[in-house]
Design a protein around this ligand. Sequence first.
Ligand code: NAD
Ligand code: ZN
Length: 345
Amino acid sequence: MMNQTIEVRREDGGTSQVVIGQVIDRLENYVPNGKKIVVITDTNVYKCYRIMIDRFEKIIIEPGEEHKTLDTMGQIYSQLIALGADRETFLLGFGGGIVTDITGFAASTYMRGVRFGFVATTLLAQVDASVGGKNGVNRDGYKNMVGTFNQPEFVLCDLSVLKTLPEREFRAGLSEIFKAGLIRDAGLFELFEKHTFDDFYQDENLLHQAITRAVKVKKAIVDADEKEHGQRKLLNLGHTMAHAIEKSTRRFEHGEAVAIGLVMIAGLSVKMGLLPAGVRDRIVRVVGNMGLPADSGIPMDPLFEALKSDKKKDADSVSLILLRDVADCEIRKMNFEELKQWLFV
Ligand code: NAD
Ligand code: ZN
């Protein structure tokens, strides 16, 4: 299998390299020579990749969204000081999206900014959290309230590290790849129609192709609109609904909530006369075939209340991404009254 490198533009004129394939053995080629390297990882990932990580200094955090906090950041700053980390130190985030978000934020703020890169170890981190430079931590129950935009020098997406990932995490990551296809890669969407979940889980060539295409979709959108003034909003397809679901219950993984959100948006788009019902049916079929949930089981009333309290809203409206076809979306600002009418018919 060939390694594929995708370059994402950085604001400083440089590029962030996303490398997909078999790269973990060549980690040494990516981190700078002769500098102090500090790995930031979590306890689960450390257990699986201790041999690799122990070659460097390390900071190990607790896993879980509840540890993606300023408290954890404070502990990381203290440990960096204790390790004698200075402006020349390179931070290597080695883990899933929580680790990479935290590492990006730590590297952007410690000593007003140090160099950093990622080894992305979940499918979600490889296709989503790794690209685009958003980082940060949660606060007061709101996700990612504090953070910066800053791209890593590299993101290594090694397929073999996904073997130790729990199957449920893998499946949830597939949902974000499917989302990328729906946004603007019909061929990627069709891969999901042609293959089963087991194909994606077992066939490295297929997975390589799917990851590469999803990263390319995100790259194209982020290149055009790094700070989310316009089309970067497209990446939120299914996410307004997903966030409302995640607010209402802790039953679902993020990617599972996204799958439900995609089905809901497809349904809404059909009701509004934008999307042919046949396309919605194809979406529902893929979600089912991948073993992802298509329905949250949460009644519309509480779900709508949760949706209204989303932080991405303006006072009385929300920007929704609606579907016109596979790989054809539109961003529409809808006021809550209008949305309510469509959702409840
Ligand atoms: P995660 O980092 O919590 O990882 C999921 C679980 O898998 C954790 O328990 C972790 O310890 C474990 N794990 C990770 N890699 C493993 C491996 N190879 N083998 C075995 N276990 C492994 O979750 P995630 O789904 O990767 O990321 C979610 C986070 O990403 C959220 O906080 C979200 O806000 C963030 N995110 C950020 C962006 C962005 O643009 N910055 C985009 C999407 C999501
Ligand atoms: Zn997402």
